[in-house]
Design a protein around this ligand. Structure first.
Ligand code: MN
Length: 233
């Protein structure tokens, strides 16, 4: 299936909308003012491109329903709040840890995390990171195999729904961490480099209850190390 026909159309629309925002000072159309809906980011590859590690049906449902659900929810919930029209990262950081903003945070965090997850994977990924990132991994974990073991163990050990992450701390040292539900590493002052979704919807069709098999397969076969290295900054 060619997954991205409608997504590409949507992307072009959003680029046009963004251009409209940029032109706001010279009389942009009213519909872009303040409250342009947040985008359901297109997949960076076709729905079947991660198979057989993650099947097309899993990606189709995960991106097309779960991820989209958060986008649609947030676009409804944000109306009439101080966050209406704000970029996603502002909504995430502005609602984090606030009991009265929990619904906004949950949906915004999940959009942020899913956008990052799809980019954290690529067809034909995995293997060893490029040199600059490999050096940082060796400095923090001793060697790649030790990192690999710790990243898999940390991610698999998330109790219930959540995410496993490779991050850089405030001093630039790499660490592996996990977050629950919609939580993001940025609220702990950590810079995310790559993530693995361990909500059951991410793997149940392909791996059922064998979360460790899914996590290991992603690390070995799908992780986008170029994306992770780029995120080092
Ligand atoms: Mn998910």
């Amino acid at each position: 299936m060619q997954a991205n026909g409608s997504a590409i159309t949507r992307r072009h629309f959003l680029q046009s909308a963004a251009a409209g925002v940029a032109l706001a000072g010279i009389g942009a159309p009213a519909f872009v003012r303040g409250a342009a809906p947040l985008a359901h980011q297109p997949l960076p590859y076709a729905e079947g491109a991660l198979a057989p590690v993650i099947g097309a049906q899993t990606v189709g449902i995960h991106w097309g329903r779960h991820h989209k659900f958060y986008v649609d929810n947030l676009n409804k919930l944000v109306i009439g709040t101080p966050f209406e029209g704000q970029p996603l990262d502002k909504i995430v950081m502005g609602t984090a840890g606030k009991a009265d903003q929990q619904a906004l945070f949950n949906n915004a965090g999940q959009i942020w995390n899913h956008d990052f997850y799809w980019q954290s994977l690529k067809p034909g990924g995995g293997g060893k990171p490029p040199a600059k990132l490999a050096k940082k991994i060796d400095e923090a974990f001793g060697n790649f195999d030790e990192f690999r073991k710790q990243f898999a163990a940390m991610t698999v050990s998330q109790f219930g729904s959540g995410w496993g992450w490779l991050v850089a701390d405030g001093a630039g040292k790499l660490k592996v961490v996990k977050t629950a539900n919609a939580e993001v590493p940025m609220t702990q002052g950590l810079k995310p480099l790559v993530t693995i979704d361990v909500w059951e919807h991410a793997y149940y069709l392909d791996y059922q209850n064998k979360r460790a098999d899914y996590v290991n397969a992603l690390i070995d076969k799908l992780l986008n190390w170029e994306f992770a290295e780029k995120n080092l900054g």
